[in-house]
Design a protein around this ligand. Structure first.
Ligand SMILES: [Zn+2]
Length: 157
């Protein structure tokens, strides 16, 4: 998606102890005009921040919505749930737009299956691997109030 000057860029919430980042999100009951607008603004914000993804709590909202780079395309996921994770894992350095200048080695499943609604409300199920699977796991963590620092509690407390 290209940067479109007419769509607002939202401020990104920062800080490992910020309440909204630590609050579990709620399912979206219906994709209203307002939700579509939020999705549009979140996509724009992801582009502006040069992120690989963004979750609603990062823009101070508690709906279960995230944007994730899937097949190099920013894809909105409404009410996503990871219904399967491979036992096989790998460990890669990750950053987070809400934790600037912090890079941590994070171990995640190599493959996942995620179920979600598209921005038009269609039920979808995708099997993802490697980078795509990692981005979705990071964003779904945000929707549960989990941040990458939680994987390294012993070193960062
Ligand atoms: Zn993040």
């Amino acid at each position: 998606m290209r940067y479109t000057p007419s769509v607002p860029v939202l401020p990104i919430v920062i800080g490992r102890n910020t309440k909204v980042l630590r609050t579990k999100t709620k399912d979206v009951p219906k994709i209203t005009k307002e939700i579509k607008e939020l999705i549009r603004n979140m996509k724009q914000t992801t582009v502006a921040a040069k992120g690989a993804g963004l979750a609603a709590p990062q823009v101070n909202r508690s709906e279960r919505i995230c944007i994730a780079m899937i097949s190099k395309k920013l894809t909105p996921l409404v009410n996503p749930n990871i219904i399967w994770r491979s036992k096989e894992t790998d460990t890669v350095e990750e950053g987070c737009l809400s934790l600037p200048d912090l890079w941590l080695q994070i171990t995640r499943s190599c493959d996942i299956i995620v179920k979600f609604l598209s921005e038009t409300g269609k039920e979808r199920e995708l099997k993802l691997s490697d980078f795509d699977a990692r981005v979705v796991q990071h964003e779904v963590d945000h929707l549960e109030g989990v941040l990458i620092v939680d994987y390294h509690k012993e070193n960062l407390m």
